[in-house]
Write a protein that binds this ligand. Structure first.
Ligand code: NAD
Length: 285
């Protein structure tokens, strides 16, 4: 039976480190959060971010713009926050209304304030193995893997899902650890090859958003399984991996909820501290 890889204890440890680091920064870090329009889910997420930030001694500055905000006006707003020297990090809450394209506007955040780690500058640094600020979900997965103590060198890693926030950055981070990385996606499934790849995985990371996509019997004996997926089934939240079948075969497995999720907000705060430290030492580019 697999050991549970829970995010909370790791998050608590990192939060303690963050608290200590804040004391040596010489200022209270400030995180600016922008939300456009009304969304109950995003508001709940904002409340949880605010609580985590304030619990660590971070100032959480919340900005709410109207549902009909035009893209240009939004970019102007971001640029105002970029120019404000008191602000250390900027985060844009999802979802955005249809008239605002996230991929376009996120590039207007100054890279040194991009605490979500999604600006092309920060993504580009991952390619060179020089990342300072990592996408929060990918960083969470790396922390979970790290907590197993497993040496990634030469391991067969299969990532299912190739999004910009999870699969793509993770593939680069794992390559840097000399893992052998296979990235699967919808094309892999359409070609009928998903099961074959998953069966060969010593480490399996799944970030798709389809409940039950990965069958329990596909899991290799002793594999480490990190399930990033979040799916609401009635009043339950489940991942992308059939948990009951998988936990009988895996050596470690993340619960959903309780695995990756509790770590992502902590990674955001760690990125904010990193941003302040980089500013303090005049980041080499
Ligand atoms: P996305 O929606 O941007 O991309 C989905 C990926 O899944 C794509 O690579 C697509 O090709 C692949 N895919 C779709 N159908 C597939 C199939 N049948 N077989 C194989 N691959 C398939 O993904 P995202 O934004 O990375 O989110 C993925 C999941 O992770 C979602 O459930 C999301 O809610 C969750 N998520 C969780 C956290 C967290 O903190 N736990 C953070 C981010 C995302």
């Amino acid at each position: 039976m697999a050991k549970l890889l829970e995010g909370k204890p790791i998050a608590e440890k990192i939060k303690e480190e963050i608290k200590q680091q804040i004391q040596s920064l010489g200022k209270k870090p400030v995180l600016a959060s922008i939300m456009v329009g009304e969304n109950a889910g995003a508001e709940a997420y904002v409340r949880s971010q605010k609580k985590t930030a304030e619990g660590l001694g971070i100032e959480y500055q919340f900005h709410k713009l109207g549902q009909d905000t035009k893209e240009d006006a939004f970019i102007d707003f971001i640029e105002k926050l970029n120019a404000d020297k008191s602000i250390d990090g900027i985060i844009i809450q999802m979802p955005l209304p249809a008239q605002i394209e996230y991929k376009k506007i996120s590039q207007f955040i100054a890279p040194e304030k991009d605490v979500e780690g999604l600006h092309p500058f920060n993504i580009g640094r991952i390619v060179f193995g020089k990342a300072n600020i990592l996408p929060c979900t990918a960083a969470s997965v790396m922390e979970l893997l790290n907590s197993t103590g497993l040496d990634l060198y030469g391991r067969e890693v299969v990532i299912v899902g190739h999004s910009e926030i999870v699969g793509k950055p993770l593939s680069l981070l794992l390559l840097d650890k000399f893992a052998t990385v296979t990235v699967c996606h919808i094309g892999t499934s359409k070609a009928g090859k998903l099961e074959e790849h998953v069966r060969g995985a010593e480490i399996l990371i799944v970030a798709v958003g389809k409940a039950g996509l990965i069958k329990g019997e596909w899991i290799k004996e002793g594999a480490v399984v990190i399930d990033v997926g979040i799916n609401r089934i009635g009043d339950k939240i489940v991942g992308d991996v059939e948990f009951e079948g998988a936990e009988k075969r895996a050596s470690y497995i993340t619960p959903v909820p309780g695995g990756v999720g509790p770590l992502t907000v902590t990674m955001l705060m760690r990125n904010l501290i990193e941003a302040v430290k980089l500013k303090n030492r005049g980041a080499e580019k």
